[in-house]
Design a protein around this ligand. Structure first.
Ligand code: NAD
Ligand code: IPM
Ligand code: MN
Length: 367
């Protein structure tokens, strides 16, 4: 490929990746803007062809139009785009977060993005809060089930407002739903050679997590070459802090994966360092930082854009642009090395300055 390109010495031509950009609320648009800027730098260098379209969806759009995510917009996002680059949703003006659920959970559910892949890599030893910092090679990925569990909204309130009020939220695990995420984790392990760990709570929640354990054992038997183990999530949380280097791929349910991924983010430098891919392989993908809209720092230029840029790198990786993906990741690693950092990770640079530096690094083709 490299040789052919050198011989031909002409502009590269790629299949265009059509990206819908939804900045959302709070710092979502701030970090997404930088991700688009760095993606555009990769395109400018001839590493990839991209077409962007921005969508205004978020709290402001909801409050002014009443639309969270209409069927027509959903159909456009589903049919006209290869991927969605998402910022964050959540706004104090919508206290019950209904627009956020419709938008983010709505897209995850309606596009059937059953894998929520959340890689956690310690990119600079000083970012670790652990006393073993510098020795522990934190580099694992959480495969979070993304379409069922406690997130379906199933449930009810009985006897509302009375002494006998009961709120019931149903945790749903289906054989099909659990099997496809567990299988995805094992397939990833075949490729990466990592151990697969199931995080569950089968000792206290036997129906749902009993099914997870049975399916995990069945699928593991099909992959004798992959090392696997089952852990209760509480003990696993301790191990994540004590011996993070022992984990490779952690597969788990929707809610447990949500919590573990924030714990994991903190092990690698905090919310500004944790990207994610919501994926239905070969069908669609939504790429977003693990963090939220951070209303406490909105508009201050303090939002760390690395997680958004690393999410864009995952988008490129999944859409046939590995060189461009690597260029984005290399730029983030270089910025960390050079101390080009926002205040959350000990720097003084603004969101915009970090984005400009990353874009220049990608444009220059530096390693
Ligand atoms: P949060 O992740 O928004 O913020 C937690 C803390 O981390 C805050 O102190 C914030 O300033 C900091 N932080 C987060 N991202 C940062 C970044 N890129 N750079 C620097 N600091 C950063 O979590 P929260 O406060 O619990 O939630 C705020 C809102 O975001 C809520 O409405 C919540 O529902 C929503 N939320 C959305 C998503 C999403 O869209 N994927 C994820 C989590 C939370
Ligand atoms: C995340 C977020 C979401 C989740 C919220 C905003 C519904 O915390 O993406 O981690 O719980 O999945
Ligand atoms: Mn979360």
């Amino acid at each position: 490929m490299e040789v052919l390109r050198a011989l031909w010495n002409g502009p590269q031509s790629f299949v265009t990746i059509h990206i819908a950009v939804i900045g959302g609320d709070g710092i979502g648009p701030e970090v997404t803007e930088q991700a688009v800027r760095v993606l555009s730098a990769a395109e400018g260098r001839g590493l990839v062809d991209l077409a962007f379209q921005e969508f205004p969806h978020g709290a402001e759009h909801y409050l002014s139009t009443g639309e969270t995510l209409s069927d027509a917009t959903f159909a456009t996002l589903r049919d006209d785009f290869d991927a969605i680059l998402f910022g964050a949703v959540g706004d104090p003006r919508v206290p019950n977060g209904e627009h956020a659920r419709d938008l983010l959970l709505g897209l995850r559910f309606r596009l059937d993005l059953f894998i929520n892949r959340r890689p956690l890599t310690l990119r600079a030893p000083d970012l670790s809060p652990l006393k073993s910092a510098g020795t522990a090679a934190v580099d694992f990925v959480i495969y979070r089930e993304n379409t069922e569990g406690l997130y379906t909204g199933a449930g009810r309130i009985e006897n509302e407002g009375t002494e006998d009020e009961r709120a019931i939220s149903e945790g749903i695990a289906t054989r099909r739903g659990v099997e496809r995420i567990v299988r995805a984790a094992f397939e990833k392990a075949v490729e990466s050679g990592q151990r697969v760990t199931l995080a569950d709570k089968a000792n206290a929640v036997p129906h749902m997590f009993g099914l997870w354990r049975r399916i995990f054992i069945e699928v593991a038997a099909e992959y004798p070459q992959v090392e696997s183990e089952m852990r209760y999530v509480d003990a696993l949380a301790m191990e994540m802090v004590r011996v993070p280097e022992r984990f490779g791929i952690i597969v788990t349910s929707n809610l447990l994966g949500d919590i573990l991924s924030d714990l994991g983010a903190e092990l690698v430098g905090g919310p500004g360092l944790a990207p994610s891919a919501n994926l239905n392989p070969g069908v669609h993908g939504l790429y977003e930082p693990v963090h939220g809209s951070a209303p406490d720092i909105v508009g201050l230029g303090r939002a760390n854009p690395f997680a958004a840029v690393l999410s864009a790198s995952l988008l490129l990786q999944d859409n046939g642009a590995p060189e461009a993906s690597a260029a984005l990741e290399a730029a983030v690693n270089a910025a960390l090395r050079e101390g080009v950092r926002t205040p959350d990770i000990g720097g003084t640079a603004t969101t915009d300055e970090v984005g400009a530096w990353l874009a220049a690094h990608v444009a220059a083709g530096a390693g």
